[in-house]
Design a protein around this ligand. Structure first.
Ligand code: IFM
Length: 474
């Protein structure tokens, strides 16, 4: 049989899962003493999200918990990654603990364990308590200390049964979409604030790792980074420099401090004039940030190609799709990079290019450049133009192909010797896709938002069968 006709097995113990986040699926934002998060504030700001959508109800997971636990069990994935909403646990972001908020996550964890599913909590997936934003948010150092307290509370309450912990999900998004681009909460557009936010998010990560280890005997801690191979549109030195800056901001600004205990020299120089910027770094911080990890989570959706603003005409002539004008947003205007697209690559409805081999490239690069702890792909998946057919089924062959090809790319990385221990599909359920509201569906399960009804899509059955076979069918 030719190689491509054979099924390919995953290593023994390879951990399959799905992943969700609190604000995107829970709803019930006023229930049981929950406080206000920056995403409540931001999503209710006119013009902030598509159609003014909010997470007030979204997939209504808070009230559909048992049904969702049964769906998770039906999928057969041995792990489930969810995030804890800080404002449920500490409505003010500091001080008193809201026991009813903790009880919800206790029920979730117990429900998973009863069904034989390993819970993987993430402590922060962007829903900062609003009172902490009111006194500065992530650009303020005190927020890192408050996060350490919160981490200790959650780890103390959910341990010792919970062994695998993620401190932060995609701190790049929290810092740069939230404080530089202004397209996520809290909607600030200031590069100096984004640099300071980056540092305090990372500092809080290191402090949280220490808190988890202190509270959970045998606890394993890691962070989940959104990473992207970033390529130049040509070999011209200006394009190479633009790609290097983009890579510095997206990837190395996080990988270097976490895995090497230092910020990249070119990024320190690039942001040197920004206030407060790296001026917030104190002695000893980088040692805390580089607290050795038990695993590194990698979130992958696609690669990025950039040219320099003065090279747009050449990029266009070379066949790239190039925007009419250079970006004016604070992030990219500062980085002087222009995102271009390769027309030969299909894009998802998020406009993200589909190139599974870029996942292999990324995993190899992380291995080669950083000698990291074991890797888990903690997010991968696609938005798709799904719909309910007249027979009531939701068929999403595009998503099946996407998952299959990315799992194949992951197996290629394993074959090349990269220690990848698991894969989590984003996402279990259709949900609130941040500024895109409900216009993008990422779920393996369709959610009918008005009624809360769930319909497993054909990708759910495909993923279930793949997990059961522990192999990728040809
Ligand atoms: O929905 C998000 C998630 O919250 C973080 N990672 C990317 C996903 C798709 O955009």
């Amino acid at each position: 049989m030719p190689a491509n006709r054979q099924s390919r097995s995953f290593p023994e113990g390879f951990l399959f899962g799905t992943k969700t986040s609190a604000y995107q699926i829970e709803g019930s934002v006023d229930a049981d003493g929950r406080g206000v998060s920056i995403w409540d504030t931001y999503s209710h700001t006119p013009g902030a999200t598509r159609h003014g959508d909010t997470g007030d109800v979204t997939s209504d997971h808070y009230r559909h918990l048992d049904e969702d636990l049964d769906l998770i069990a039906g999928l057969g994935a041995p792990a489930f990654c969810f995030s804890v909403a800080w404002p449920r646990v500490q409505p003010l972001g500091s001080g008193p603990v809201n026991q009813r908020g903790l009880d919800f996550y206790r029920r979730l964890v117990d429900g998973l364990l009863r069904r034989g599913v390993t819970p993987v909590p993430t402590l922060f997936h962007w829903d900062l308590p609003q009172p902490l934003q009111d006194v500065g948010g992530w650009p303020a150092r005190d927020t890192a200390g408050r996060f350490a307290d919160y981490a200790a509370i959650v780890a103390g309450a959910l341990g010792p049964e919970v062994k695998m912990w993620v401190t932060h999900n995609e701190p790049w998004c929290a810092a740069w979409l939230g404080y530089a681009l202004g397209v996520h909460a809290p909607g600030r557009r200031d590069v100096g604030l984004a640099v300071a936010a980056t540092h305090h998010l990372l500092l809080s990560h290191g402090l949280a790792v220490q808190a988890i280890r202190a509270a959970v005997p045998g606890g394993r801690a890691g962070i989940d980074l959104s990473l992207m191979p970033t390529r130049p549109a040509s070999a011209h030195e200006d394009d190479l420099a633009a790609a290097r800056r983009a890579d510095g901001n997206l990837n190395r600004l996080f990988l270097d401090p976490v895995l090497r205990g230092e910020y990249p020299a070119d990024m320190l120089a690039h942001y040197a004039a920004r206030q407060p910027g790296f001026g917030v770094v104190q002695d000893g911080d980088l040692r805390t940030i580089a607290e050795p990890l038990d695993f590194l989570g990698v979130n992958f959706y696609g690669p990025r190609t950039v040219c320099a603003p003065n090279r747009m005409a050449e990029a266009r002539a070379a066949g790239y799709w190039v925007p009419a004008a250079p970006p004016e947003d604070p992030l990219n205007a500062d980085l002087r990079d222009v995102e271009v697209h390769r027309p030969e690559f299909e894009r998802t409805p998020m406009d993200w290019e589909i190139e599974p081999a870029a996942l292999t490239e990324l995993l190899l690069r992380v291995r080669d450049d950083y000698a990291p702890p074991p890797l888990y792909v903690l997010e991968n998946g696609m938005a798709n133009d799904d719909y309910v057919a007249p027979d009531g089924e939701v068929r999403d062959p595009e998503r099946i192909a996407y998952l299959r090809d990315h799992l194949g790319a992951l197996l290629d990385a394993i074959s090349a010797g990269v220690d990848v221990r698991g894969y989590f599909a984003w996402s279990l359920l259709d949900n609130f896709e941040w500024a895109n509201g409900f216009s993008k569906r990422f779920g393996l399960v369709w959610v009918d938002y008005p009624s809360g009804a769930r319909i497993p899509k054909s990708s759910f059955a495909w993923y279930r069968d793949t997990i059961r076979a522990h192999a990728l069918a040809p």
